[in-house]
Design a protein around this ligand. Sequence first.
Ligand code: ZN
Length: 301
Amino acid sequence: MILLYHLIFPDETPLRSWNAGNLIRLSAFRRQLQWLQRRFSFLSLEDFLALYRQDPALCHAKAALTFDDGYACTYSMAAPVLKEEGIPATFFTNTCNLNHGLLWFVYFNALCSEGAYPELEINGGHYPLDTKRNSLGAWRTLIQLARSSPDARVFAEEFAGKYPLPVPIQEKYAGLTTEQLIEIGASKLFSLAGHTHSHPYLDQLNQAEQLEEMALNKQILEEVSGKPVLYFAYPGGVYNQESIAAARQAGFLAALSVSPKSLSSDPLFEVARTDIYSPALWKLQLKSLGLVDFVRRRRKA
Ligand SMILES: [Zn+2]
């Protein structure tokens, strides 16, 4: 099983907080790791994929830990815990947000959940951010508009011109710093992997544009960290045939999704991951024991 985490929040974060869904605080993350350690042996992603390449059955009771997007705060909180426990981790890192920047959808998450504005005006409509329900409504509208616009990143940048975020909020969601990339590059426990430069929906780009996003990201990560970047994860799990071809062209050895679509004859370019979005231990237990997938398959059948 390859686990996929995104943001980890500090324990001071109020319990009722929301961030485009449930949020995982550091203590919940620790509890999840403790449970996982009793049932799985943690491998580096490289070692996990080496077994997977031989035979996926060899990965039984093995786990690899991955984090997507490359958040500075998440790294600085999770890294000491992982070092203490000797758990390897791979950080699938975007590069347009390095050193204090925000990814386009992360800006919307922070805008709708952090209370910087009481309401938003979206296409002439008023969207209050006073309750979790209203905030979620505003967030869904913004994500849908971004998804249907020609360039989600430009759409977010224009919106941020009207609704800039205060620096302390921005810092909670900002990308890894150069120092952190160098630290990961020098670490025996951690590694960097590709996640595109700006986290676009790959299916909105042609193959050449997809390749450009992947190659620039890979180049920056390798230059700053001093280590080759061998693996890639499709942003948001969205990919098509061209994405698989572009990931190969960019020189990646494997590409990870969340729910594989079996578009390729090479399973190494559609490796599944188990996404963990909830702090609840029982949800992690169900997912990691394969029960969630089992129920989904039964429903589809
Ligand atoms: Zn991502």
